[in-house]
Design a protein around this ligand. Structure first.
Ligand code: FE2
Ligand code: FE2
Length: 265
């Protein structure tokens, strides 16, 4: 059984590319379930119901998230209406939404998906320990399903690798997001957990992490604040396909995927 994981969807170009390419990738690889990190889908930061509506036909089953989850203020009240969006599970329990859920693949199998937020170099001091959060969620999932996918949204490669080692043999895959740059370290650990430090993004090729080059560059060179506009054309999609033995929940394969999208369906 194969599952598709798509990196951070950035803005309109990202949404359009996912709508066009995700169904094709699902067909090409024979995927039964699709997870995408959506934290940058609305104007480059956060979620909106309108953007989610646009992605209805894209075959994405679950959207994970990260530090940009609350960038769009309306989404604070909207998230409870969006059963397919997960906020990071280790944010304070007083925040709306949920951080993990059990979903159904097209073949009816149950898949648990967990969204976690790292704490190293992230600035989000109110996030709880993602390691203890993962342990608590796995206790709750218990024996209900062996198919468990974790999006570890974090900056530090060490923290993401540590999470995957911590969960090796207990989950199907730990896939990192947040840096918008895919890493070439995909691997299956001895316990059967597939890992990749970062899946990447769905954003413009001619950009800095999906944003226009010039203002980001100016900020680095001059130190002056500026508005970072999202680039909506010439999109590149990064994703990863994980193959799993549904009987054991162990990963049997992991493969990086990259596709360019320049318009059209
Ligand atoms: Fe992101
Ligand atoms: Fe992020």
């Amino acid at each position: 059984m194969k599952i598709l994981m798509i990196g951070d969807i950035v803005g309109k170009g990202g949404r359009r590319a996912v709508r066009s390419l995700a169904p094709k990738l699902i067909a090409e690889f024979g995927c039964r379930f699709c997870i995408a990190n959506g934290e940058n889908m609305a104007g480059g930061g956060g979620f909106s119901r309108k953007c989610l509506e646009e992605l209805r036909g894209s075959c994405v089953d679950v959207f994970t998230s990260g530090d940009h989850i609350w960038d769009q203020k309306d989404f604070v009240s909207e998230i409870t209406l969006c059963a397919d969006v997960l906020r990071p599970a280790n944010l304070p329990s007083s925040q709306p939404g949920r951080g993990w859920g059990i979903f159904k693949a097209v073949d009816g199998r149950e898949i648990a998906v967990i969204s976690l937020l790292g704490r190293v170099f992230m600035g989000n001091t109110h996030a709880d320990c993602p390691f203890r959060a993962a342990d608590a969620i796995l206790r709750e999932i218990g024996t209900r399903t062996k198919l468990i996918f974790v999006d570890m949204h974090a900056e530090a490669t060490s923290e993401k690798t540590a999470m995957a080692r911590h969960l090796d043999g207990r989950v199907t895959a730990v896939l990192g997001t947040h840096t918008h740059v895919p890493t070439a370290d995909e691997q299956i650990f001895p316990g059967g957990t597939a890992f990749q430090c970062d899946v990447g993004m769905v954003g413009a090729r001619e950009s800095i992490l999906g944003r226009a080059v010039e203002p980001v560059l100016r900020r680095f060179v001059t130190g002056m604040p500026g508005h970072f506009t999202v680039v909506d054309d010439g999109t590149r999609l990064h994703a990863t396909v994980v193959e799993v033995d549904p009987a054991t929940g162990r990963a049997t394969g992991i493969q990086r995927v990259m596709r360019d999208w320049d318009g059209g369906m």
